[in-house]
Design a protein around this ligand. Structure first.
Ligand code: AP5
Length: 213
């Protein structure tokens, strides 16, 4: 399985990648999670990425491409689900080139379609576990114990970029810089559009059916 989960902030990429990873045993690779870990650890990459991420801007291509390539190399032969990468044409071209080198092209790009009002509702109410990356929602996906992660017991947080101003900027950045990738993948014939406004399990079933696996 070599799949990209695509869609605007809050579309459910991380949520669905987690479920698909459990079902198929593929590695869930989230550039957002890798960057947040770098920020938390105060690494050189983290210090550079922090100001971009807080404002909801994209981190420069060369930084993110290097991170994604290193991660893909580290998983070896295992299948993968890319979540939040690629986000620009330059990133997509770099990914294609890396996969061409090993003769393992992408199988599908799953585009999660959700309208903007619902995206804002999801992002405003999201809580995440910084330790394992598991996403929750104050209404639609509550943890069993309030404020604690069901998977690892970590303390849930409200992401800095899930504040109103950063959410609006992220949605604009998606429209301007990332949505043009839909045309790129449509041309290559691997784009699968999924109506992702339903509940989490329903969306999951639709993706599994679309993948035909
Ligand atoms: P990143 O972490 O990738 O954020 P994002 O793309 O903005 O996506 P989100 O994590 O916000 O949303 P999601 O689609 O995963 O939704 P989720 O499943 O959590 O990136 C953060 C930042 O890092 C970027 O802004 C940028 O600065 C930088 N970055 C990362 N990658 C980069 C790259 N390639 N290039 C440059 N910069 C990069 O769900 C959201 C909420 O909705 C949750 O609360 C969830 O419980 C709920 N929910 C999910 N599905 C449903 C449903 N079906 N029904 C109801 N609620 C649902």
């Amino acid at each position: 399985m070599r799949i990209v989960l695509f869609g605007p902030p809050g579309a459910g990429k991380g949520t669905q990648a987690g479920l698909l990873s459990e079902k198929y045993g593929a590695a869930h690779i989230s550039t957002g999670d890798i960057l947040r870990e770098a920020v938390a650890n105060g690494t050189e990459v983290g210090l550079l990425a922090k100001s971009y991420m807080e404002k909801g801007e994209l981190v420069p291509d060369e930084v993110v491409i290097a991170i994604a390539r290193a991660k893909l190399e580290s998983i070896g032969e295992q299948g993968f689900l890319l979540d939040g990468f690629p986000r620009t044409i330059a990133q997509a071209q770099s990914l294609d080139a890396a996969l061409k080198d090993i003769a393992k092209p992408l199988e599908a790009v799953v585009n999660l379609k959700v309208d903007n009002d619902e995206l804002v509702r999801r992002l405003s109410g999201r809580r995440v576990c910084p330790a394992c990356g598991e996403p929750y929602h104050v209404d639609s996906k509550k943890s069993a114990i309030e404020g604690k992660c069901d998977k690892c017991g970590g303390d849930l947080v409200h992401r800095a970029d899930d504040q109103p101003e950063a959410i609006m900027n992220r949605l604009n950045v998606y429209d301007k810089q990332t949505s043009p990738l839909l045309g790129y993948y449509e041309q290559s014939g691997i784009l699968k559009n999924i109506q992702a406004a339903g509940d989490i399990k329903e969306v999951f079933r639709t993706i599994v059916a679309a993948l035909g696996q």
